[in-house]
Design a protein around this ligand. Structure first.
Ligand code: FES
Length: 105
């Protein structure tokens, strides 16, 4: 599965992700800048925040209430914001563009 990340510096990085891992795990495993994931995916840090472009955003399950609550702690939140540890890689996400925020502070 090809996943395309855009780093805070605007660099495009394409990685091979495994079905079932999260967009956060694929980013961290491949050293993508801009995804910090301080809590390791247990939904308690919000430093895996990123923007998911359409049409892929609409193919992802809606945010849980806990994800919504955690996004309140993220900076630079936009309507297409998601916590990438909560987004599993599926076949529908082939070619997805995941843009990282200017910072995770
Ligand atoms: S990695 Fe901490 S909330 Fe996603």
């Amino acid at each position: 599965m090809k996943i395309n990340y855009v780093t805070p510096a605007g660099e495009a990085v394409t990685v091979n992700a495994e079905l079932g891992e999260s967009l956060m795990e694929a980013a961290v495993r491949n050293g993508v800048d801009g995804i910090v994931a301080a809590c390791g995916g247990c939904l308690s840090c919000a430093t895996c925040h990123a923007y998911i472009d359409e049409p892929w955003l609409s193919k992802i399950d809606p945010q849980s209430q806990t994800e919504k609550d955690m996004l309140d702690y993220a900076s630079h939140v936009e309507p297409d914001s998601r916590l990438t540890c909560q987004v599993p890689v599926t076949a529908e996400l082939e070619g997805v563009i995941v843009r990282t925020p200017p910072s995770q502070d």
